[in-house]
Design a protein around this ligand. Structure first.
Ligand code: C2E
Ligand code: MG
Ligand code: MG
Ligand code: MG
Length: 280
């Protein structure tokens, strides 16, 4: 009987594996056409100053409206887009769309927001990264002051692809740089301090565990404190509750983002929000 059970369990895992593999293959095959077919859309999630309560920026987050599978989250297709190289043309579409959208809102007299765009490894490693960003700015007419680029901690600390030089060039243009998912990698603050970074975005796992884990709250307080002494702004990701907000305010974390304020919003919902905030 034990043998039979083992067999079934094996079959069960095998069929689950096949399902996952065939979904991956299906996504991979449709990914290339998705860009031509206009299946990607951007959502926008506001970022707030926690002391004034005012929003100062938004982060563009990409979604894939798959004709058969419905909404596919970026955690599923960004890695595929990286593997296949599609992240380069997709990333180009994302940056241009985000900048044009933001410039359109500014032209309409809505409160001016800083637009943050996520960049992945393959994008950062491109030789023409700096020229490419400049082109997107020229194309949209958006002032570089209104652009922020988010790169993950693991990418920021790489000593490759001339990352340091590229970040300095982008900063010299007036663009802000933030380090995403901070605290999950193994970087030292002294290494990060050599890079032209404006903001550390503390990974939401630390914020999630504020109440339940003494360790998380101690680390969080230490990050806020060290970042302040290095003149870096700290933004808390994934703020979901009033309790978390209070904790962050108490420990002088200046910025936050999360479901407590807004989920990522469609263009229409973001526009409505901007109108509620009133003219610039
Ligand atoms: P990220 O840049 O760290 O983005 C934050 C993620 O946390 C987003 O997930 C956002 O929807 C989610 N989030 C925000 N507030 C909360 C909250 O209060 N609670 C919880 N549970 N989640 C919250 P999303 O949109 O699924 O994106 C996941 C990741 O995919 C992003 O992490 C980023 O690494 C990547 N990504 C998204 N859009 C792009 C893009 O345009 N380009 C690139 N290269 N990567 C992207
Ligand atoms: Mg991000
Ligand atoms: Mg993040
Ligand atoms: Mg994150």
């Amino acid at each position: 009987a034990a043998k039979e059970w083992g067999k079934d369990t094996y079959r069960f895992y095998e069929s689950q594996m096949n399902e996952a593999t065939s979904r991956k293959m299906e996504l991979e095959q449709s990914l290339r056409k998705a860009l031509e077919h206009n299946e990607f859309v951007l959502y926008y999630q506001p970022k707030y100053n926690l002391l004034t309560g005012k929003a100062f920026g938004v982060e563009a987050l990409v979604r894939w409206r798959h004709p058969k599978l419905g909404i596919v989250p970026p955690s599923e297709f960004i890695p595929l887009a990286e593997e296949t190289g599609l992240i380069v043309p997709l990333g180009d579409w994302i940056l241009r769309t985000a900048c044009m959208q933001n410039q359109k809102w500014i032209n309409e007299g809505l409160p001016a927001m800083r637009m943050a765009v996520n960049l992945s490894m393959l994008q950062i490693s491109q030789d023409n990264l700096v020229e490419w960003v400049q082109n997107a700015l020229d194309y949209s007419g958006m002032d570089p002051d209104y652009l922020e680029l988010e790169i993950t901690e693991s990418i920021a600390i790489l000593n490759e692809y001339g990352i340091e030089r590229k970040l300095h060039a982008l900063r010299a243009m007036g663009i802000r740089i933030s380090v995403d998912d901070f605290g999950t990698g193994y970087s030292s603050l002294s290494r990060l301090n050599q890079l032209p970074i404006d903001t550390l975005k503390i990974d939401r796992s630390f914020i999630r565990d504020i109440a339940s884990s003494e360790e998380s709250s101690v680390i969080l307080k230490a990050i806020i404190y060290m970042a302040r002494s290095l003149n870096l702004t700290v933004l808390a990701e994934g703020v979901e509750t009033e309790e978390q907000l209070r904790f962050l305010q108490k420990h002088l974390c200046m910025e936050g983002q999360g479901y407590y304020f807004n989920k990522p919003l469609s263009v229409e919902d973001m526009e409505r929000q901007l109108m509620i905030w009133g003219p610039a």
